[in-house]
Design a protein around this ligand. Structure first.
Ligand code: AQP
Length: 341
């Protein structure tokens, strides 16, 4: 059975960018492939402090992250659905070390996310931040995952994962790792024509990021719905005076059109047809504000109905599965690199 796998870091409160770019594609695939694929949705909690965080809040944020997966519609009664924490499957960090030794420094240095994040956090650039894509490769390769629903920003890391896996398969002349599908195939598997990128509300040429210090730039999943409406109403647009979907020239309005389509599960063309050529940006903002506020109200009610005990039960099952699969794979790899007979 093929494996579909994804995760969202628990460093900060996730945004609707994470929700629309990573949660929704995964949930849609989980429904579509409920009987013919393993669906692994994990919390990369060890990835959560590659940049500084408040560690006293991390544990609670991880548990909340799992409630979010469940509230988004992941069917935890399906035996093919596996929810787990990265830190509770030690094989992830063990494999990351091995993969480190098969990753040329020059190749890892080309990761644009590292460059961007080190500019943002120039006072705290850690080796962990540099190594993050290699731990991500371990997260994927341990489970022979083929499909990884990701937002556009993560495709370079996926390519690195593929390169490491191919290099090791060649070196050891065996099919040690399943090679994850390339970007084009991943995107087609998600039913998209390209990776999703929800933009910042205040600087729409940039992506919406959960770690941004500017609260107005993002809609977090725990935002008060009335506050979220205000953020949409004050979103940066442009002075063109006419609404067109054009990410280059009009990234602000195009971003709002995209949010409106994705959050209501409507085709983008339908939303574009409704607003194209209109001159009143306020009408578009009002409709998006209403949609976002309705979404948050209903999502937050679902989250509140899930107890910590529900999460514990799901994790107990998911982590037993993950450890069994991951350890089996790790043993095979350890044999190949010569540390186990
Ligand atoms: N704005 C976005 N649009 C579409 N997809 C997005 N993702 C993140 N932002 C957007 C996707 O969410 C998944 C989880 O990301 P992550 O938290 O593991 O790492 P990230 O890419 O670093 O996410 P953020 O929100 O930008 O976090 P911070 O600010 O903490 O670095 C990935 O699939 C990602 O593509």
């Amino acid at each position: 059975m093929k494996t579909i796998l994804t995760g969202v870091r628990a460093n900060e409160e996730p945004t609707i960018g994470n929700f629309l770019g990573a949660y929704m594609p995964m949930i849609n695939l989980a429904h579509k492939h409920a009987t013919d694929c393993n669906i692994n949705m994990f919390v990369p909690d060890l990835h959560s402090f590659t940049t500084p965080i408040d560690h006293s809040k991390l544990y609670a944020q991880v548990i909340k992250g799992i409630k979010y997966y469940m509230a988004a519609g992941l069917d935890t009664d399906n035996p093919n659905v596996h929810i787990y924490r990265q830190s509770h499957v030690p094989a992830h960090s063990e494999l990351a070390w091995i993969l480190d030794c098969f990753t040329p420094f020059g190749e890892a240095s080309r990761m644009t996310q590292f460059k961007e994040k080190s500019e943002e956090h120039h006072d705290a650039i850690t080796v962990g931040l540099f190594n993050y894509p290699i731990l991500m490769a371990a997260d994927i390769l341990l489970y022979d995952a083929e499909y990884i629903p990701l937002g556009e920003d993560q495709f370079q890391h996926l390519e690195l994962t593929r390169n490491i896996a191919m290099r090791m398969n060649n070196k050891f002349e065996t099919e040690l790792f399943t090679i994850p599908a390339p970007e084009k195939e991943q995107v087609a598997f998600m039913g998209l024509d390209k990776g999703l990128r929800i933009r910042s509300l205040t600087e729409p040429t940039k992506k919406m990021s959960k770690s941004s210090n500017n609260e107005k730039s993002k809609i977090s999943l725990n935002d008060d719905p009335a506050e979220a409406k205000k953020k949409i109403m004050s979103a940066t647009t442009d002075s063109e005076g006419v609404i067109h979907f054009d990410m280059q020239k009009q990234p602000g309005v195009s971003n709002l059109l995209m949010i409106e389509a994705l959050i209501n599960n409507k085709p983008l063309e339908e939303v574009i047809a409704q607003f194209d050529g209109q001159t009143r940006y306020g009408d578009l903002k009002k409709q998006v504000a209403e949609s976002v506020s309705n979404f948050l109200t209903s999502f937050q009610a679902k989250v509140a109905s899930i107890s910590d005990e529900d999460v514990e039960n799901v994790l107990e099952k998911g982590e037993a599965y993950a450890n069994e699969v991951a350890n089996k794979k790790l043993y095979e790899i350890q044999k190949q690199v010569g540390v186990r007979k």
